[in-house]
Write a protein that binds this ligand. Sequence first.
Ligand code: 5GP
Ligand code: ZN
Length: 120
Amino acid sequence: MSATDPDCIFCRIVNGQIPSRKVYEDDEVLAFHDIHPWAPVHFLMVPKAHIDSLAQVESQHSALLGKMLTLAPRLALQEGCRPYPDGGYRVVVNTGAEGGQEVHHLHVHVMGGPRPWLKG
Ligand code: 5GP
Ligand code: ZN
């Protein structure tokens, strides 16, 4: 793991080389709308530092992961998901090829809004 990978599409979004529709940003985390949404609400949350996937996470990342999971409900409502329990959202971390991961920079999908969805 290194802080940034010049060949990584999400590192390039984090550093502004590729534009994105921003949902949230702080010193450690960026959230932005998925370019190919599966659901009426679909955004991604990424650590600003490059981590390949959930498989590389270590105890030093606990606070970061806790922050991302804690942010997910707040940002989901901010982006238009209806509240629990009638509304809600899906939170997904695809990990590795068989887990369906295509971009190898750790990211949390947050999907919600009225069904049907394109996928899922
Ligand atoms: P994965 O399959 O790795 O879990 O999900 C990667 C997600 O990143 C996909 O849903 C895909 O649509 C999204 N994505 C890929 N490239 C870009 C991009 O350049 N900008 C944005 N906003 N999303 C992207
Ligand atoms: Zn990266």
